[in-house]
Design a binder for this molecule. Structure first.
Ligand SMILES: *[C@@H]1O[C@H](CO)[C@@H](O)[C@H](O)[C@H]1NC(C)=O
Ligand SMILES: *[C@@H]1O[C@H](CO)[C@@H](O)[C@H](O)[C@H]1NC(C)=O
Length: 467
């Protein structure tokens, strides 16, 4: 079993070259699915029926990534369970009593498990054609019920490391910020946006980022200062500014051009936003921006052609290209511990010089020293250390990693590095759950990314192209 898996993985990694560019469509949609109690209905038709229709449209249009806010609480009542705690992926429970109306008619392969009904759920869900790692829900530190009922539902944000192609990861955030324009609301909302910006600074260091959600903010609204931190603090671009506003941000306090629903123009501003950045591994650009309300007409004869949500959905086309200087491997291990990424600290033309690993029962630490003296070390201080000094022109080209469970959580238990000269360095204890990653031809390992504590919970390898 062990060797079959490893062989299969090695075969996969070396038998074909991973795609170096691609495209995807991303939709952010506040679907107005909260109960009447929390949200008056400006939209005709039943929420149940409208939700079912939204799912039907998702299946029809086949967007690659969909972020929803205000998903019906009915979706959460015993419908989904988590099969893999580490992957945090849900599968449909066939025995559900309540219909998950959107999920029932949609057919995307990957969908987040719902977080529970209103007053226990956040209403945030994602649907996608591609899988992800490390899905996590986080609650806001602050809420305000000055207007709206933001404190009745535990709103917040979700994070996932989305994987649209082999070796391509984008940290994707979905959220619904505090509503209202009373001073308390503004304070809570700006705090919410700051919370996401700070989270990105910690958990997305070195990574491409895509933020899609209901910000409840407009650049033109004087007190909505929080929405601007994504540019100033995280260096994110706004797909609306790029594609509909010629790169020019509206002035705070300027007259607002508000969107009707469905909107027939893209120059008006709404609170639903899509922001993004690339990384030195993958560049990301938005190629079009559309208020897509007209793609979602009501089909009920009584309300034919009317809107089915009080928000315009926002649809953005993206394209990505991998760098020819750097590549990365897939991840091995579980989403525990703190995020680290050596990518931003790599010198120009890095060359690996000394590898040092420590391990015993499990993998305690990994370290790599580059020719210019830069050293990256991750993990704790335990285990027995072993090192390997690379010869001139020798590269670390292949890596076997094995995982296992410690206290019910997945970690790396074993690593074996193989060089272009066939020399190896291994520590830890092999398990029957192993994967081998092979560098593309002309590339070698020069650093790491992943999550650590006193051991190596999760690990991916950073490859650089050798001159
Ligand atoms: C609801 O239906 C009524 C009657 O057809 C119509 O006048 C009204 O505009 C509809 N509201 C919306 C939001 O579509
Ligand atoms: C994405 O998923 C949808 C829904 O399953 C499907 O219709 C569409 O063809 C898929 N797109 C791609 C590029 O695989």
């Amino acid at each position: 079993m062990k060797s079959t898996l490893a062989l299969a993985a090695m075969f996969t990694a070396s038998a074909h070259a991973a795609a170096t560019s691609g495209k995807f469509t991303a939709l952010s949609f506040n679907v107005a699915g909260l109960p009447e109690l929390l949200q008056g209905n400006e939209v005709n038709g039943s929420k149940t029926e409208n939700s079912g229709l939204i799912g039907t449209y998702f299946a029809k249009y086949g967007y690659d990534l969909i972020h929803l806010q205000e998903v019906s609480p009915a979706a959460g009542e015993g419908v989904w369970f988590v099969v893999d705690q580490d992957a945090n992926r849900g599968v449909l429970d066939k025995d559900f009593n309540y219909h998950a109306y959107i999920y029932a008619t949609d057919n995307h392969q990957y969908r987040t498990p719902t977080s529970g009904g209103a007053a226990i759920g956040s209403g945030l869900n994602s649907l996608s054609n591609y899988s992800w790692l490390n899905f996590l829900r986080t609650k806001w530190n602050k809420c305000s019920s000055a207007s709206g009922s933001d404190c009745l539902t535990p709103k917040g944000f979700t994070f996932m490391r989305w994987n649209p192609s082999e070796g391509v990861y984008i940290d994707v955030y979905n959220f619904h910020a505090d509503a209202g324009t009373e001073p308390d609301d503004e304070q809570a909302r700006n705090s919410n946006l700051q919370q996401v910006a700070d989270y990105i600074d910690t958990w997305s260091v070195g990574n491409a980022v895509l933020v899609m959600g209901d910000t409840n903010s407009r650049y033109t609204r004087q007190d909505d200062t929080g929405i601007r931190v994504f540019k100033s603090q995280n260096n994110l671009q706004d797909a609306w500014i790029v594609n509909a506003k010629g790169g020019v941000y509206p002035t705070a306090g300027a007259d607002a051009l508000l969107c009707v629903n469905p909107s027939t123009t893209e120059t008006c501003e709404t609170v639903d936003k899509v922001l993004y950045r690339g990384s030195s591994l993958v560049s990301l650009s938005s190629t079009s921006f559309l208020y897509a309300g007209e793609q979602f007409p009501n089909t009920n004869p009584e309300y034919l052609g009317q809107i089915i949500s009080d928000h315009n959905p926002v649809l953005v086309d993206f394209s990505w290209t991998t760098s020819s200087d750097f590549r990365q491997s897939p991840f091995s291990g579980g989403p525990h511990g703190n995020w680290f990424n050596d990518l931003p600290k790599l010198p120009a033309s890095p060359v690996a010089s000394v590898l040092k690993f420590s391990g015993a029962d499990r993998l305690d630490s990994v370290s790599i020293q580059l020719a210019d003296g830069t050293t990256f070390s991750h993990g704790g201080t335990g285990g027995t250390a072993k090192s390997l000094t690379l010869g001139k022109g020798e590269r670390w080209i292949s890596t076997k990693l094995c995982t296992g469970q410690k206290d019910g959580r997945t970690r790396n238990f074993y690593i074996k590095a193989t060089t272009s000269d066939g020399r190896t360095l291994e520590v830890g204890t092999a398990t029957d759950s192993c994967t081998s990653f092979v560098a593309d031809s002309g590339y070698g390992v020069v650093g790491f990314m992943g999550q650590d504590g006193d051991e190596i919970d999760q690990l991916a390898l950073i490859y650089a192209r050798y001159a």
